[in-house]
Design a protein around this ligand. Structure first.
Ligand code: MSP
Length: 635
């Protein structure tokens, strides 16, 4: 198979400055691009900004400038940020670029000529924040569930894309390509959307209301709906239709997004491509959300985390490491400066930093700073080499599954093994005995080789640190080293002079001007109930359930009606609507008591009960940190 890799980030809206969420997706894309480049893939990495639509027009109006002036400013902030975070995108696309606009128009014309775009009228609730119409039942207390604002009621004649026509095709495509949308929970979520009839998509806005957009090629009184314009960036960014990069990279396309924009990417985009006669992308990789100190990040809460501030305070590689190590790809994570500082001190200053400084310092002290020769190996040396080889394999395998935290855990296992090897072998004692000089040299040789291996493995994540360690080992150029073959023990020639450098990660103190709000008071812990027999416990049949559908129970402010799959489909009613929005639950795997006697709640029959804890100040349902099959037993 050709070694081709193409990764994209969402193109970010230019109505707000970049924050940690944007930085996370873009740094993940960068780590993936660097990893593939190192492994000899021809790689293309695309990011950019999404500049049309109501949202931007409104922000510009408030700022008293034209939309283009406004877009130029914030797009410039994104563009300038990426090099500061060592992001190596190959291109930065803007939806206001001439060639993008031209291609959007030509695709619209093609789809129109084919009969897949028609003129019709529509009325409904429209949320400007989301740039979309909502069905009444999707609103929570009459408000948009994402923005908590009341949508506007709009009635308009507009152009529609016959998305519904492609529903069956898309369901089949997702079913036939199990890794099209991943991790699996988001594939389930997309399939859950597709259980409802797929409505046609309104793809225009009348110029009487909005002029900031791409004029429809077949009706100059309308501009294009911002999503129909924005998604196309993924192909215009590699030169579609005529450019030579398009046929090379498109078959390998991997999109990276967070769960907020699953629907446009998992539903609109594949059907748009199908209508335009273009093959679907290869993978949609969906990650969770960064919250901050357990709360949603928002301007009004004043808890927006700015990537540059963290970088300037604590260093770029510590920031990149934390983001990739602390989030399990696909699940939500909570950022706090305390945990960031703790992790940096433990993993970087202690484990990695100490290993590097001890090994280099001992080589300087005992061998005049020159790589010693390795002579006869002992079983403990072989054990270190075996660990290194296994770690390289495991780190690579985890990477392919997007389990970046596991890749890093594997690398840290090797670092831990090397630190233990030093403690057990006590090189400082060997140094006192001139007869053990050869053994001392062998020991340091293996440690230096371990450093070389670690340095290459961490390079996609922490490019600066990887290069610094290799620099200390006298290796300047790591480009084109293959991530999977660096294990060839013996890469360091004996006699080479090391170039000792400063400490990689000095221990850091929490420097917090903006102290986090105090943690919520602890809920009272209820006493443990009287003991029961194991046989009694065994009567409870707990199962893995996938939530397929979720909607509020009318007139109830607590209850949600859930359609679940536990090997069979069932309806249950759960009192969790204060803690979860319906759409947040779809695709989640939870634990359900499957053999509870059915009961009726507010007129709806419930066959089972979801497990949740109220130990935080809100309800939290139990989920899994892997992806078990629906219906599996829980014991
Ligand atoms: N312009 C659209 C995307 C169009 S793509 C054809 C858009 N822009 S956005 O500025 O709102 O960016 C959303 C994306 O930013 C998320 O999908 C994710 O990649 C990133 N994040 C924004 N906030 C985030 C968190 N709190 N946590 C993690 N990533 C999040 O949607």
């Amino acid at each position: 198979m050709d070694k081709i890799f193409y990764v994209t980030t969402p193109i970010y809206y230019v109505n707000a400055s970049p924050h940690i969420g944007h930085a996370y997706t873009t740094i993940v894309a960068d780590v993936m691009a660097r990893y593939h480049r190192m492994n000899g893939y021809r790689t293309f990495f695309l990011t950019g900004t999404d500049e049309h639509g109501d949202k931007i027009a409104e922000a510009a109006r408030k700022a008293g400038v034209t939309p283009k002036e406004y877009a130029d400013g914030i797009s410039g902030q994104f563009r300038a940020l990426w090099p500061e975070l060592s992001v190596t995108n190959d291109y930065f696309i803007r939806t206001t670029d001439e060639n993008h606009i031209k291609t959007v128009k030509s695709i619209l014309q093609d789809v129109y000529d084919k009969g897949d775009i028609y003129f019709g009228s529509y009325e409904g609730y429209y949320c400007v924040g989301c740039e979309r119409f909502y069905m009444e039942k999707e609103l929570v207390d009459g408000k948009c569930p994402d923005h908590q604002t009341e949508p506007e009621y709009r009635k308009e004649s507009n152009y529609f894309f016959r998305m519904g026509k492609y529903q069956d095709w898309l369901i089949r495509y997702i079913q036939d390509h199990p890794d099209f949308i991943r991790p699996e929970r988001y594939r389930n979520e997309a399939l859950a959307f597709l259980r409802e009839p797929l409505e046609d998509l309104c793809i225009s806005r009348p110029k009487s209301r909005l002029t900031w957009g791409i004029t429809l090629p077949f009706d100059e009184n309308y501009v294009t709906y911002v999503w129909f314009d924005a998604l196309i960036n993924y192909i215009t960014g590699i030169g579609y239709p005529g450019g030579e990069n398009f046929p090379v990279f498109w078959p390998a396309a991997q999109h990276l997004i967070a769960k907020d924009i699953l629907k446009p990417h998992g539903i609109y985009w594949p059907t748009m491509l199908k209508a335009a006669g273009i093959e679907p992308y290869r993978h949609l990789n969906v990650h969770g959300y960064w919250n901050v100190d357990q709360s949603k990040m928002s301007k009004s809460l004043g808890n927006v985390v700015k990537p540059l501030e963290l970088k300037d305070k604590y260093g770029l590689d510590a920031f990149r490491y934390f983001l990739l190590r602390d989030m399990v790809f696909g699940l939500d994570s909570s950022f706090s400066e305390e945990s960031f500082v703790q992790r940096t001190n433990a993993d970087l200053a202690n484990d990695l930093g100490n290993l590097v400084s001890r090994v280099i310092a001992m080589t300087v002290k005992y061998f005049d700073g020159k790589v010693p020769a390795s002579s006869q190996t002992e079983p403990i040396d072989q054990a270190l080499i075996d660990t290194a080889k296994r770690v390289i394999r495991e780190a690579g395998a985890a990477f392919e599954e997007l389990a970046f935290h596991k890749t890093l855990m594997a690398i840290w296992e090797l670092i831990g093994t090397a630190n233990k090897y030093i403690v057990e072998q006590e090189p400082w004692n060997l140094a006192r005995n001139p007869d053990r000089r050869e053994r001392l040299g062998t020991l340091l040789y293996h440690l230096l080789e371990t450093l070389r291996t670690v340095a290459v493995l961490i390079t996609p994540f922490m490019p600066g640190t990887g290069a610094k360690i290799l620099g200390q080992l006298g290796i300047e150029e790591i480009d084109r080293q293959d991530y999977t073959t660096i294990a060839g023990w013996g890469g360091l020639p004996a006699g080479r002079s090391l170039k000792p450098g400063p400490t990689l990660f000095p221990r850091i103190e929490l420097k917090k001007e903006t102290l986090a709000p105090p943690p919520p008071p602890k809920a009272e812990i209820p006493p443990v109930k009287p003991e029961i027999e194991f046989a009694d416990f065994e009567k409870v049949d707990l199962r893995v359930a996938v939530i397929l559908k979720a909607e509020p129970v009318p007139k109830s402010n607590k209850l949600l009606k859930l359609l679940i799959d536990i090997g069979e489909e069932r309806t249950i009613v759960a009192g969790i609507s204060k803690a979860y929005k319906p759409e947040e639950l779809i695709g989640k795997k939870v634990v359900v008591v499957a053999n509870l006697k059915p009961t009726k709640l507010m007129g709806v029959e419930s066959r089972g009960m979801i497990l949740a804890t109220d130990a935080a100040d809100t309800l939290t349902v139990l989920t899994f940190d892997r992806e078990p099959e629906a219906g599996g037993r829980v014991r």
